[in-house]
Design a protein around this ligand. Structure first.
Ligand code: ADP
Ligand code: MG
Length: 630
């Protein structure tokens, strides 16, 4: 017998299971049954595709045995089984880096935390929530040596050789004193129906059956009533997605979700679709009601299982659906893929590509429908997944238009968000330009940006995009249908000859002040110019995009070296109609002009969402100005 230590993380998880996660213990059955089902899936595929497993018989079943005297609960499968190496690496360490995420995401709220267990690939350890000793007897299909793994969840486990008929895995849990409920057949059956009704394999269990007394014609008992023990199948074991929609009840869809998503929360919605024609396939996709914890991690766990003609192939293939739909949970099943697909083949397979393309289109069109028919549900969806979906705007050019139509936009003129199809109704039909502003500030701050004043004065609505992702994504989105998307800084409006002339004259009268400002600010600004674009704000800043240093900085950024390049100095725009500047123009107080130049530049930077380089300087200049005013 060899003693081993659990890996540190595994031990941490174990301790959590034993000491902190009490609220939803029953899910340990879901997790062990899910592992048994996975083990059957794996063997099924190997037997069908791998010469080495030709001799192995695949007779799938899962058995649950409750022994009230010994206080043990046993879950047994005829799946792939494990050899010594497998035991060491699967039931002693935690390979998935996602586990770290699990540990980071624990909230202390037990109900929420126990929901996370299944999502992070630590399901096996859940049996220690109810058992103080666990024995795993297992033999890998095609091998001869069986092994017994044992642990009391106290930091150690041991492995020794043993014997076993056939292949598969038997897990015996010695239940803790107050866990007798898990020995009751009706309790187990309820749990199975709730979480594992639609796994593709049959689960059997002994059940008590009441046989009524047999009576003769005179109502005299010939045989007394009795209770028989019968071994019966307790789940439906139908791959739910293969059944036709009309025969599936909502509750069954929900139950299936809980088994494949390892979640006790209800899904927000689902889409079940059977495609017939050149390529036959079925998809059943769920949208969770809450974003998976690892959604923004690179090593997120995919939620789509690929089946080929009901044979499970993989649930770890990120290419099955585009990353911007990574919140989906569900199944893709097709008859038209070769069973022995490798990952490489899968990625370049034309049939798979078609399934993927039409599945994406289907999901997007279902979302579009939801946005029109059920605004409340769509709102809930968008709050959780809108920003992920948005990634599709640059990663999926082919569907950009459809994805844009799913976005909810804030605009200058609307209190509520609007969809682009409604927004364009108010766009100037001759120019066909959709203006937008991006910035990493609050919505109200961005809506009040001086850069929007010239739009407000012309009563032109503008998309206001204040999420961080927007600043990265929208510069890449250049058009929608026949419309151009134009950042506000690039918008050009026609001016009449008269207006131009007037501006030139105004600029002349400000030449003196502009020069004084430039002298005061030095290299902090590229130039100081008057503008007719501002109404309420005295000043604004603008980057000259033709400036070679700006273009250089952009180039360096694209090459991933943006960090080292200083941003080029902005142009300071002054509003000649603003009272402040009118007064400054006529002031002879050089110190005041000097302080005002600095304070106004800082003010424009703040509005632009930038941080001040010298806050102390800003404050002392501001205080000097106030002191003068009093
Ligand atoms: P996950 O199922 O997400 O991988 P678990 O903690 O539930 O995480 O299981 C860990 C691993 O242990 C599984 O990936 C599998 O390799 C192995 N395992 C668990 N139960 C069984 C079983 N009944 N048969 C074969 N292998 C199993
Ligand atoms: Mg598992």
């Amino acid at each position: 017998m060899a003693k081993h230590q659990f890996q540190t993380e595994a031990n941490q998880i174990l301790n959590l299971m034993i000491h902190s996660l009490y609220s939803n213990k029953e899910i340990f059955i879901r997790e062990l049954v899910s592992n048994a089902s996975d083990a059957l899936d794996k063997l099924n595929m190997l037997v069908l595709t791998d010469e080495k497993y030709k001799e192995v018989t695949f007779s799938p079943r899962i058995d649950i045995v409750a022994n009230k005297e010994a206080k043990t609960l046993t879950i047994k499968d005829s799946g792939i089984g494990m050899n010594e190496e497998d035991l060491m690496s699967h039931l002693g360490t935690i390979a998935k880096s996602g586990t770290k995420a699990f540990l980071e995401n624990l909230t202390g709220d037990q109900k929420a935390d126990s929901n996370l267990i299944g999502q992070f690939g630590v399901g096996f350890y859940a049996c220690f929530m109810v058992a103080d000793k666990v024995e795993v007897t297992t033999k890998k299909a095609g091998e001869t040596q069986a092994f017994l793994w044992r642990s009391a969840g106290d930091g150690e486990f041991d492995i020794e050789n043993t014997t076993m008929d056939g292949h598969g895995t038997t897990i015996v849990m010695h239940l803790k004193d107050d866990e007798d409920e898990f020995l009751e057949s009706h309790r187990i059956e309820t749990i199975i129906k709730k979480y594992s009704n639609h796994i593709p394999f049959a689960i059997f269990m002994d059940k008590e059956k009441f046989i009524p007394a047999v009576k003769d014609d005179d109502d005299k008992e010939i045989e007394p009533s009795r209770t028989d023990i019968e071994n019966v199948q307790i789940n439906r074991a139908n791959a739910l997605w293969t059944i036709s929609k009309s025969e599936i009840k909502d509750d069954e869809y929900k139950d299936f979700y809980s088994s494949i998503a390892h979640s006790s929360e209800e899904p927000l919605t689902w889409m079940h679709n059977k495609a017939e024609g050149a390529i036959e396939y079925t998809t059943l996709f769920y949208i969770p009601s809450k974003a998976p914890m690892d959604m923004y991690r690179v090593d997120y766990q995919t939620g789509i299982k690929l089946y080929i003609n009901r044979v499970f192939i993989t649930d770890d293939e990120k290419e099955l659906m585009p990353t911007y739909l990574r919140f989906l949970r569900g199944v893709i099943d097709s008859k038209d893929l070769p069973l022995n697909v490798s990952r490489e083949i899968l990625q370049s397979n034309a049939v798979m590509a078609k399934i993927k393309n039409s599945s994406v289109k289907k999901v997007l069109s279902e979302l579009a429908k939801m946005s029109k028919k059920d605004a409340q549900k769509y709102e809930a969806f968008y709050a959780e997944f809108g920003n992920v979906l948005k990634e599709g705007l640059y990663s999926d050019m082919g569907n950009r238009e459809k994805i844009l139509e799913l976005m909810k936009f804030n605009t200058i003129n609307s209190e509520e968000t609007v969809m682009i199809e409604d927004f364009i109704k108010n766009v100037d039909e001759t120019k066909k330009e959709i203006y937008y502003i991006t910035g990493k500030t609050s919505l109200s701050m961005l809506k009040n940006s001086p850069a929007l004043e010239r739009f407000k004065s012309r009563n032109i609505d503008v998309l206001v995009l204040n999420e961080e992702v927007d600043t990265i994504i929208f510069p890449m989105v250049t058009d929608y249908k026949e419309y151009k998307l134009v950042p506000v800084s690039d918008a050009k409006f026609e001016e009449s000859e008269e207006e131009k002339k007037e501006e030139e004259e105004v600029a002349k009268t400000y030449e003196g002040l502009a020069k004084e400002f430039k002298d005061a600010l030095g290299d902090m600004v590229k130039s100081v110019e008057t503008t007719s674009d501002l109404t309420d704000s005295p000043v604004a800043i603008k980057i000259d995009k033709e400036d070679p240093s700006y273009m250089m900085a952009q180039m360096m950024k694209q090459m991933g070296q943006g960090g080292d390049v200083p941003a080029p100095a902005p142009i300071l725009l002054i509003n000649p109609k603003h009272e402040l500047l009118i007064k400054l123009k006529d002031s002879a107080d050089q110190n005041l002009i000097n302080d005002a130049a600095h304070v106004l530049l800082d003010q424009a930077k703040l509005f632009d969402g930038q941080e001040l380089s010298d806050t102390a300087d800003f404050i002392s200049r501001l205080n000097r100005i106030i002191a003068k005013a009093i």
